[in-house]
Write a protein that binds this ligand. Structure first.
Ligand code: PEP
Ligand code: MN
Length: 449
């Protein structure tokens, strides 16, 4: 299929929210030349891998697997270093090991990684000391520095997104198949965390239990290949449609279009208009897809979304990532889950306990309370328990580094501590320790379910 035929897959003339104001306009030479480059580049992921993930999501939707998705709110080009990528992978693998043991089911490991470079914003502009400039929309669009040059959208950055994603994925694949991810090694790291006296004996007991299970298997001569490598998938918000469309290709096996910029892409809360260009885009690709749904979502909205995005009720195709806020989840989620269940639609329910729980401190830091994050997860589990549905997974903004961006947790990070190591380019992330605490606490919920 030629690329012009490919373009015609998508419905023309729809409104695309949250798009950058490229110099030269949406049809100008700068964006067109970047798109021309992207269209000729090889895929970042393979359609068959997207199908594998879809099959695993189908299992999770049936209650037989748990989804763990984590990574930066906004990846940046400068932070795509070996150390930073390794620490994030390590954190997610550590979390997955704990969850898997206590859930007694496979954990699907997904990074908000290798493509998460674009951000929707509440305001088009940002004003500081009387100077107004375009808002930062992620490294895919412009630079965080507060100068006119840095904030002017530059479409060549989309090519850099591709290159940085390729480099990141290359390292991810090396780490997850080259011995680094060995379950016994991951457990050693978890033992180190759990023996930290700041957390008392609670996590240590859980870690010891996993240790005994591993020792038992080793003593019985069990040495499965599955201990040594893991499947790790990439995901990001499909926000900048020029980028996603340029990386949408016809799969030679099936003749169908796949967005090969990542295994799983989602549509955000701000761009999920039913008649908008993002939902149209998502409806046309074969990847497993997600939609974020916030507290204003009605049961009818959810059903309309399903009709548009998964009319054939294909298992594994659609994931709803709910982000209601700790104060609202127990009230807002039940009617949505109930309506979807009664309709017979197969979806995976994932809890994003981050985006409904953001607030600004008096000192001007965007932050989240660890306790609010945990409370939303607890509410999510409670709602699904009451309805007899599967609390299918969690979606977490995290980093593997010891940043101070979210308050609370066993390290008792206070609002005054935030200035110490506040490094995010966008939303506040759980640090390495807070992420592991969350995993142990969610593991308890899965065990006690
Ligand atoms: C995000 O995931 O960073 C985000 C902007 O989320 P939401 O679309 O749920 O607001
Ligand atoms: Mn975010």
């Amino acid at each position: 299929m030629t690329s012009s035929k490919l373009d015609s897959i998508f419905t023309p003339g729809l409104v695309a929210a949250q798009q950058p104001q490229w110099p030269g306009g949406p049809e100008g030479e700068p964006i067109r030349s970047a798109v021309d480059v992207l269209k000729k580049l090889p895929p970042l992921v393979f359609a068959g891998e997207c199908d594998n993930l879809k099959a695993r999501i189908a299992e999770a939707a049936e209650g037989r697997a748990f989804w763990l998705q984590g990574g930066d709110c906004a990846e940046t080009f400068v932070a795509a270093t070996a150390d930073s990528i390794r620490n994030r992978i390590k954190t997610i693998l550590q979390m997955a090991a704990v969850l898997q043991y206590f859930a007694s089911m496979p954990v699907i490991k997904v990074g908000r990684m290798a493509g998460q470079f674009a951000k929707p914003r509440s305001n088009n502009d940002e004003t500081r000391d009387g100077v107004t400039l375009p808002a930062y929309r992620g490294d895919a669009v412009n630079d965080l520095a507060f100068t006119l040059e840095a904030r002017t959208p530059n479409p060549q950055r989309l090519v850099q997104v591709y290159n940085t994603s390729a480099a990141t994925l290359n390292l991810v694949r090396a780490f997850t198949t080259g011995g680094f991810a060995d379950l016994r090694q991951v457990h050693e790291w978890n033992k180190g965390f759990a023996s930290d006296p700041r957390f008392g004996a609670r996590y240590e007991q859980l870690a010891n239990e996993i240790g005994r299970a591993l020792e038992f298997m080793v003593s019985a001569g069990v040495d499965p290949e599955a201990f040594k490598t893991v499947d790790f998938y990439s995901s990001h918000e499909a926000l900048i449609l020029e980028y996603e469309k340029a990386l949408t290709r016809i799969d030679s096996r099936t003749g169908l279009p796949y967005d090969v910029s990542g295994h799983f892409v989602w549509v955000g809360e701000r761009t999920r208009q039913l008649d908008g260009a993002h939902i149209d885009f998502a409806s046309k690709i074969q990847n497993p897809i997600g939609v974020k749904i916030g507290p204003k979502t009605t049961p009818e909205d959810a059903l309309a979304m399903i009709a548009k995005l998964n009319p054939a009720n294909e298992p594994g195709r659609l994931t709803f990532i709910t982000r209601m806020g700790a104060g609202q989840i127990r009230e807002k989620l039940p009617s949505i889950v109930d309506a979807v269940t009664k309709s017979g639609a197969k979806v995976l329910w994932v809890c994003d306990p981050m985006h409904g729980n953001t607030y600004e401190t008096s000192t001007g830091y965007k932050t989240r309370k660890f306790d609010d994050v945990m409370d939303e997860v607890r509410g999510f589990f409670a709602v699904h328990k009451a309805l007899g549905t599967h609390p299918g997974g969690v979606h977490i903004e995290l980093t593997g580094d010891d940043v101070t961006e979210c308050v609370g947790g066993g390290e008792q990070i206070s609002e005054a501590d935030l200035a110490g190591r506040y490094e995010t380019a966008c939303d506040p992330r759980l640090n390495h320790t807070q992420s592991l605490e969350l995993a142990f606490l969610v593991a308890e919920m899965l065990r006690d379910r």
